[in-house]
Design a binder for this molecule. Structure first.
Ligand code: UDP
Length: 238
């Protein structure tokens, strides 16, 4: 029996770090291709997909401020980094035969489209994979918050967050053998227990808009489409 997706439209949050592969810095093309193949599996099941990509593999605002840079300035640099990642992902996605558009919150007319909600909506209806770049377009925010914001604007049925581990734990499972994994949580529990799922602004926005968050490992091939069918390992925040 073929797998049945449980969602019609989802937003995938892909961190910049996920694009590192085994590198210390930058974009690993093979990793981008693997993520694109996972997106293709989900797309083939008829799910409408939008993506918010981070920038941590290239530049994070905090690394600039640590060197004495003005935060707003450093954050704009971080947002530029997400545009580079978005273009790399677009290339990988189109190589898999899907049509896609990059929409940037900071207008960059010669590089990609500006973010216009109705246009994004139209692209999704036409089966294009929409990649949202430049976060929210504002300093002092993160791409997690951008993911929750765009998921709300696009009326997504779920926000699917790809991480390095297969769900939400009470402490870092890579450091602690006795870390406990959660199957389900509420948005409020995530905030009250200060669990490292997404920042509090993102969780609150998802909660206010009744958007469930599914946390899974982006490194396990095929896991994205499994999660959309509620199969495999993931934590659901609802
Ligand atoms: N950023 C920002 N506003 C936003 C989104 C991102 O200023 O709305 C900046 C911020 O400096 C951040 C960087 O862009 O550190 C990269 O994004 P993020 O750290 O969220 O990427 P990820 O951790 O997902 O790779």
């Amino acid at each position: 029996m073929s797998k049945e997706p449980q969602y019609k439209r989802v937003l995938l949050k892909c961190s910049g770090e996920a694009l590192l592969g085994n590198q210390q810095y930058g974009i690993d093309v093979e990793t981008a291709s693997r993520i694109a193949r996972d997106v293709k599996q989900a797309h083939d099941m008829g799910v409408e997909i939008c993506i918010v990509v981070g920038g941590g593999n290239i530049f994070r605002g905090v690394s600039g401020t640590a060197q004495g840079m003005d935060q707003a300035n450093a954050d704009y640099m971080g947002m530029m980094a997400t545009v580079m990642n978005a273009l790399a992902l677009q290339h990988a996605i189109e190589k898999e035969g899907m049509d896609s558009r990059v929409l940037s919150a900071i207008p960059m007319a010669t590089v990609c489209e500006p973010y216009i909600r109705r246009r994004a909506e139209r692209h999704l209806e036409r089966g294009r994979v929409v990649i949202f770049a430049a976060g929210t377009g504002n300093p002092f925010f993160t791409t997690d918050t951008a993911a929750a914001l765009r998921a709300a604007e696009m009326k997504c049925d779920a926000l699917v967050k790809g991480t390095n581990v297969d769900g939400v734990y009470d402490k870092d499972p890579k450091k602690f053998d006795d870390a406990q994994r959660f199957e389900t949580l509420t948005h409020l529990e995530v905030i009250a227990k200060d669990l490292k799922v997404m920042d509090a602004a993102a969780i609150s926005l998802a909660r206010e808009n009744n958007i469930p968050i599914l946390v899974f490992s982006i490194h396990d091939e095929g896991s994205f489409s499994n999660v959309l069918c509620k199969e495999g390992k993931f934590t659901e925040v609802k």
